[in-house]
Design a protein around this ligand. Structure first.
Ligand SMILES: C[S@@+](CC[C@H](N)C(=O)[O-])C[C@H]1O[C@@H](n2cnc3c(N)ncnc32)[C@H](O)[C@@H]1O
Length: 140
């Protein structure tokens, strides 16, 4: 981190992060490399499709769910070294396969609360009502 991003890398060594608020991909819903193909083209970024978590092309079967679970848990475990002990993590997820309890277990975190968020006005895909959960996670 210090070599690649010296300013941020040095700051993070002295000062840990209180928390993360993020919207990770949902299992088998969108191919983000495809959705953002123009930006890879425009900026000459190297594509890393095989590292994308939960892409549509892998589907939503058991194997895809397992690789999604491990992928998100790995991200959470990797984040810990940058976080204070009493961190708060909020993740927005459409967890229709109930994967987050196991993700939390693999990341040695506990789900403190789940906030239901109805999504009534979507700009993409269909206009059907849809709901998401915001998971509040803390260290075990
Ligand atoms: C639901 S979107 C949220 C994007 C962003 N938070 C926003 O609101 O615009 C999920 C994002 O996770 C990214 N993603 C998927 N797998 C990833 C990985 N292995 N490493 C980093 N980002 C990844 C996708 O490219 C996508 O941009």
């Amino acid at each position: 981190m210090e070599q690649k991003y010296p300013l941020f890398g040095n700051l993070i060594k002295k000062q840990k992060i209180n928390g993360v608020f993020s919207s990770p991909p949902y299992v088998g819903l969108i191919d983000y490399h495809e959705q953002h193909a123009y930006s890879y083209d425009l900026f000459g970024f190297e594509r890393k499709d095989e590292l994308e978590i939960g892409p549509l092309y892998k589907g939503q079967g058991k194997q895809a769910q397992e690789s999604y679970t491990q992928g998100i848990a790995d991200v959470l475990n990797n984040s810990k070294k940058y976080l204070i002990d009493d961190f708060n993590i909020f993740l927005v997820a459409n967890d229709k396969y109930n994967l987050y309890p196991r993700i939390a277990k693999l990341a040695e975190m506990q789900i403190m609360n789940q906030y239901k968020r109805p999504v009534l006005n979507r700009t993409e895909k269909d206009k059907g009502a849809y709901s998401e959960i915001i998971f509040h996670l803390k260290k075990n």
